[in-house]
Design a protein around this ligand. Structure first.
Ligand code: HEM
Ligand code: HEM
Length: 258
């Protein structure tokens, strides 16, 4: 055995050339971990549910996990590869109107990263998730016995207005978030199976077929592939470590009990 990497055969090279790296591994891991934790948070919300979590411990830990992922995503929006960067997908009002017009005429182009509507939905999801997880920190259960690290636990005193407001949001926001998630999933399935623009496959494999993409400017499509895997992994580890420090350091400095 020589130990070297065998040169790609003609067929393999052709297959590689016909695919474009779109989503880096950290973004994909982030996305599917987030799905698991959000499902976990909804499943463990009922104190008397089959999940039998009367102390809401699992619910709180799903929430902390989501907070860590959100801070990671924020950092990755600056440190990640091209399609993950906020600068590459936050759309201008003009871009949104143009895309809406193209959609209405049935001539919407494909995008490598988020299309302008997708970018709006992604931003809304990130903001709603952040509001949900942050408000959870100030929420206590209806008996004031268990809850978030900064919940109101004095049974003899009314909860201060701002905490009561956050608690109300935690209950209402959960339904609004659920509605947005439902739309997000349905639209992605529509693109996947009806428009045959395989967005879901790309969020799993990280690649899309080579072709014409409206946002494929200045070789951007190859940036994901160009950042060497080692550098990408190191950046992801640093961002994750920073996210853990921000979340758990913040809870500790705020005097919160996990
Ligand atoms: C708890 C449920 C979910 C949440 C909170 C969620 C949230 C998100 C977020 C924040 C992004 C943006 C990724 C980024 O740039 O950081 C995204 C992208 C995406 N999600 Fe989800 N997601 C959920 C479930 C799903 C499911 C079940 C599917 C599969 C049907 C899915 C398919 C996708 C796809 C395909 C993209 C990329 C969209 C594009 O190409 O513009 N998501 N999701
Ligand atoms: C994105 C993350 C989160 C989601 C999706 C979520 C979702 C929910 C839902 C759906 C409920 C039930 C609301 C109702 O009964 O109407 C709930 C209740 C609750 N959540 Fe969260 N939550 C999240 C994060 C957190 C966090 C981080 C904490 C605290 C560390 C927390 C603490 C609580 C508490 C204490 C309750 C019980 C309130 C009561 O019994 O009145 N949640 N959450």
């Amino acid at each position: 055995m020589t130990g070297g990497t065998a040169p790609a055969s003609g067929g393999e090279a052709a297959a590689q050339a016909s695919r474009i790296a779109v989503w880096d591994a950290p973004i994909r891991l982030y996305h599917w971990a987030q799905l698991a934790l959000v499902c976990g948070a909804y499943y463990t919300q009922w104190q008397m549910s089959p999940s039998a979590d009367p102390t809401m411990r699992w619910h709180r830990w799903c929430g902390y996990g989501i907070l860590v992922l959100l801070v990671f995503r924020l950092l990755w929006g600056f440190a990640g590869s091209a399609t993950a960067r906020f600068a590459s997908f936050i759309p201008s009002p003009g871009a949104i109107l143009r895309y809406a017009g193209q959609l209405a005429r049935g001539r919407a182009p494909k995008f490598l990263g988020h299309n302008p509507f997708g970018a709006l939905m992604v931003s809304a999801l990130l903001l709603l998730l952040a509001a949900q997880a942050l408000s959870g920190l100030f929420t206590a259960d209806s008996n004031g016995i268990f809850g978030g690290p900064f919940g109101h636990f004095d049974m003899l005193e009314e909860s201060p207005a701002w905490k009561a407001g956050l608690q109300r949001w935690h209950h209402r926001g959960a339904n609004i978030l659920l509605a947005f998630i439902a739309i997000h999933v349905l639209v992605n399935l529509f693109y996947q199976f009806v428009r045959r623009d395989r967005l879901v496959t790309a969020m799993v494999t990280g690649v899309k077929p080579a072709g014409d993409y409206a946002d494929d400017v200045a070789g951007q499509s190859h940036v994901a592939a160009r950042i060497p895997a080692r550098a990408l992994t190191l950046r992801a580890i640093l961002c994750l470590a920073a996210a853990l420090i921000v979340v758990f350091g913040g809870l500790f400095l705020g005097g919160g009990k996990l």
